[in-house]
Ligand binder design. Structure first.
Ligand code: SF4
Length: 417
């Protein structure tokens, strides 16, 4: 087995069991921590993989930040109150036909799935099943772009493309440039965007001269934008190299938006959230979506109750100014993105939750009973019963309210609650 895997020149990646032990030496896990983390890793379905850069960042972080960064790449010991499932955002489910790498779920947005590789694996990631199999389709990058361009020709409502992975910034720079450039020449396409955690795992990637020159040229064209969605989950992930990369991206005219997952053991803390928002603003990252951990199989200890997430964000917002607190708190699901708007009568003893259907997919992606109960309305408000003890995600909520939901095996079920 290859222990230290080289994806890019000059970058080392620790992966597999032997990689774990090398990583454990770097970050200074004692024998007890090592045994405990390894046992939990065996229960997770996400393979272990971490860049040397991130290992060094963890090694030099002060407590309690060190443990929180460690929890991003290694599961921690915590209670599991429910059974999760694979593919809780329907990422795989909805791409089964011959063009399975294209997903057109929301009218203006085409998702192009590039590949399933990341340079480090986050243990809480909802794409665990894709990443653990890391299988390429028979289509190369160029064929995927060709297919995307011809799909856009037939769908004038599409004005932006979202590259998905894995992490698109795990591609070689020249490949990423080619993928973005080819899409942006299409007259309908205003924005190409992709979400990445490379700003934490290997920020030097974004200092590449060719990439910055391309971004600068593109962002100077009227009506054309490249947007990067930064998955920085904890303020201690903002290294000196991350700051340099973000300054370079700002100089190139790139809009960077912050989209952290909210997860237990990582950022379920008011002070951490205040610092995270402030780091964003200090480094020109616009707070975007704050997404509550989805029910991922094997790592359910990362789960946060929805009312806790809401209360935590509320407390953090009370300490932030208007510019800093612009993120939207979301619970994402196969059925779209739901904004968590509030609880009734309050967050201490909530009996009802108010959701707004922030992003509703085409009806073809939704079960008929849901469409009948909520006829198409992009601003639909859902007032639902809330179970203080048992609700961690949309599946729980919908099951408790007699709405279609997915069980932990990923089967669509129709509850009679
Ligand atoms: S980098 Fe992104 S896609 Fe990869 S494991 Fe982490 S959250 Fe998932």
């Amino acid at each position: 087995m290859q222990v230290v895997h080289r994806v890019f020149q000059h970058m080392r990646i620790y992966r597999g069991l032997e990689g774990f032990h090398l990583f454990a030496n770097v970050v200074g896990l004692n024998a007890e921590e090592r045994a405990q983390r390894l046992a939990l890793l065996r229960e997770s379905h996400m393979p272990f993989m971490v860049t040397e850069f991130y290992a060094n960042l963890i090694a030099t972080a002060a407590q309690p930040d060190r443990d929180r960064l460690l929890n991003i790449v290694l599961p921690f010991r915590g209670l599991r109150h429910f059974s999760g499932r694979f593919d809780p955002y329907g990422n795989v489910k909805y791409r089964r036909d011959s063009m399975h790498f294209l997903q057109h779920k929301y009218a203006p947005t085409l998702l192009v799935h590039m590949y399933d590789f990341c340079i480090s694996n986050c243990q809480f990631c909802y794409k665990v099943n894709e990443i653990r199999h890391e299988k390429q389709s028979g289509f190369g990058f160029s064929a995927k772009i060709d297919a995307a361009l011809s799909y856009i020709d037939g769908h004038p409502e599409i004005n932006n493309v979202l590259y998905s992975g894995g992490d698109p910034a795990a591609m070689e720079v020249c490949r990423l440039i080619e993928c973005m450039a080819r899409l942006l020449v299409h007259p309908s396409i205003r924005t190409v965007r992709f979400a990445t955690k490379v700003l934490a795992y290997n920020p030097g990637y974004f200092l590449d001269a060719d990439l910055l020159a391309f971004l600068t040229r593109t962002n100077q064209q009227p009506g054309k934008h490249i947007t990067i969605i930064a998955q920085l989950n904890h303020p201690a992930e903002m290294s000196a190299d991350s700051r340099r990369a973000l300054a370079a991206l700002a100089h190139a005219g790139v809009q960077v938006r912050g989209q952290p997952t909210l997860a237990a053991g990582i950022n379920d803390d008011e002070d951490v959230l205040v610092r995270l928002h402030q780091e964003y603003i200090d480094h020109q990252i616009i707070p975007y979506y704050f997404t509550v951990f989805m029910p991922v199989r094997g790592v359910e200890q990362y789960g946060i109750r929805l009312h806790h997430a809401y209360a935590m964000m509320g407390h953090a917002h009370a300490r932030l100014n208007g510019l800093e607190k612009k993120g939207v708190l979301l619970a994402s699901h196969d059925f779209g993105k739901f904004e968590i708007c509030g609880f009734l009568p309050d967050t201490w003893m909530p009996r009802e939750i108010v959701l707004r259907w922030h992003e509703r997919p085409f009806d073809s992606f939704l079960p008929r009973p849901l469409v009948e109960r909520y006829p198409r309305d992009h601003q639909a408000l859902l007032l639902l019963k809330y179970d203080l003890e048992r609700t961690y995600c949309i599946d729980h909520l919908f099951e408790q309210n007699g709405l279609p939901f997915f069980d932990s095996e990923g089967n669509l079920r129709f509850s009679s609650a």
